[in-house]
Design a protein around this ligand. Structure first.
Ligand code: FEC
Length: 292
């Protein structure tokens, strides 16, 4: 399962309405979103949907069992994937989200959609989180280690999607899991203490979100004498709007203003090494139901 992305500019209002789940959309926020997709050239290609399909096909080939993709906020919907699996005779399903960290405001929504669609018609083995999966940690560490900027002493900023601060009062594991991934990757990459964590992609919903936001964080780093930064997004796995706009456009522009050199790691996307990690997680869920 993945977040989903509009295929065309004309789809953006319906897509945004789906994300808002019936709550009103401010016209200026919709215009701003359409503009971001326009500037990324979405009419030519919808990167997230295409990457998700490539990862699905590669995982199916690797596992030798049918793999279906379902999107949280676009088509094919998670319910469509569930129906397709059931129509193919599945009696056990593994539910895996292409987002490593659990939150009630994130992964639970995917699970609810899948549970609701299956309605008890098959056994669901749902992977709640895979943020410390050794293969995933190593894949990111390798990309950090491989960065020429890091070899020149760049500071590594791990990042993930922000969420409303109220999740902390709910005892949500999201932030703890994110920091755990960042710490594991930093240790495996051998960068010592030369790293920090910040959130990105906050939405204008009118309530406080988890911080620091990456743009403010870059300012603080520059003020502290840092000159080079490698961004390592750990909460996402694909090139999509939150990477290609929020990091590649906004964070880069901010870094340029501050005189900071900024690069980011390549996202895992449908890289065979990443597909192998996903296959390990699925095989484990199929073999040992109690561990998921
Ligand atoms: O490339 C694309 O077209 C889709 C990129 C995309 C990804 C993504 C991942 C996450 N989100 C998470 C949480 C929230 C919360 C809200 C929210 C709003 C948006 C909007 C767009 C959007 N998100 Fe997203 N998210 C992506 C895109 N997200 C577009 C609406 C416009 C905007 O605010 O910029 C606020 C909802 C509300 O208004 O109430 C909360 C989390 C993730 C990472 C986990 C995952 O991938 O599921 C968490 C990719």
């Amino acid at each position: 399962m993945a977040y989903g992305s509009p295929e065309r500019l004309a789809d953006v209002p319906a897509y945004y309405a789906d994300i808002r789940g019936g709550r009103p959309v401010a016209p200026e926020n919709l215009e701003d979103l359409v503009e971001r997709y326009r500037r990324l050239g979405i009419e030519d290609a919808s990167p997230l949907n295409a990457i998700t399909e490539a990862a699905r096909a590669a995982l199916e080939a690797e596992l030798g069992v049918p793999v279906f993709s379902g999107m949280k906020h676009w088509t094919p919907r998670i319910a469509d994937a569930a129906e397709a699996a059931l129509a193919g005779g599945a009696d056990v399903l593994v539910g895996l989200v292409l987002a490593p960290h659990y939150s009630v405001l994130s992964i639970k929504g995917y699970r609810d959609q899948l549970d609701g669609a299956l309605a008890g018609r098959a056994e669901l083995r749902f992977v709640e989180s895979w943020h410390a999966e050794p293969g995933f940690v190593e894949l990111l560490a390798e990309r950090v280690r491989g960065s020429a900027l890091v070899r020149e002493g760049a500071h590594v900023v791990f990042s993930a999607h922000s969420l409303p601060e109220r999740i902390l009062a709910l005892g949500d594991p999201y932030k703890v899991q994110l920091l755990e991934t960042a710490g594991l990757v930093a240790a495996a990459a051998g960068i010592g203490e030369n790293w920090s964590f910040s959130f990105q992609s906050e939405s204008p919903t009118g309530e406080p979100w988890l911080g620091p936001d990456i743009l403010d964080h870059l300012e603080a780093l520059a003020a502290g004498g840092i000159e080079r930064v490698l961004v390592c997004p750990v909460g996402f796995v694909s090139d999509h709007l939150e990477i290609r706009w929020d990091i590649d456009v906004e964070a880069r522009e901010k870094a340029a203003e501050l005189g900071l050199e900024l690069e980011r790691i390549e996202m895992p996307n449908a890289d065979p090494a990443f597909v192998a990690v996903l296959a390990t997680i699925v095989r484990r869920a199929l073999a040992v139901p109690s561990v998921v």
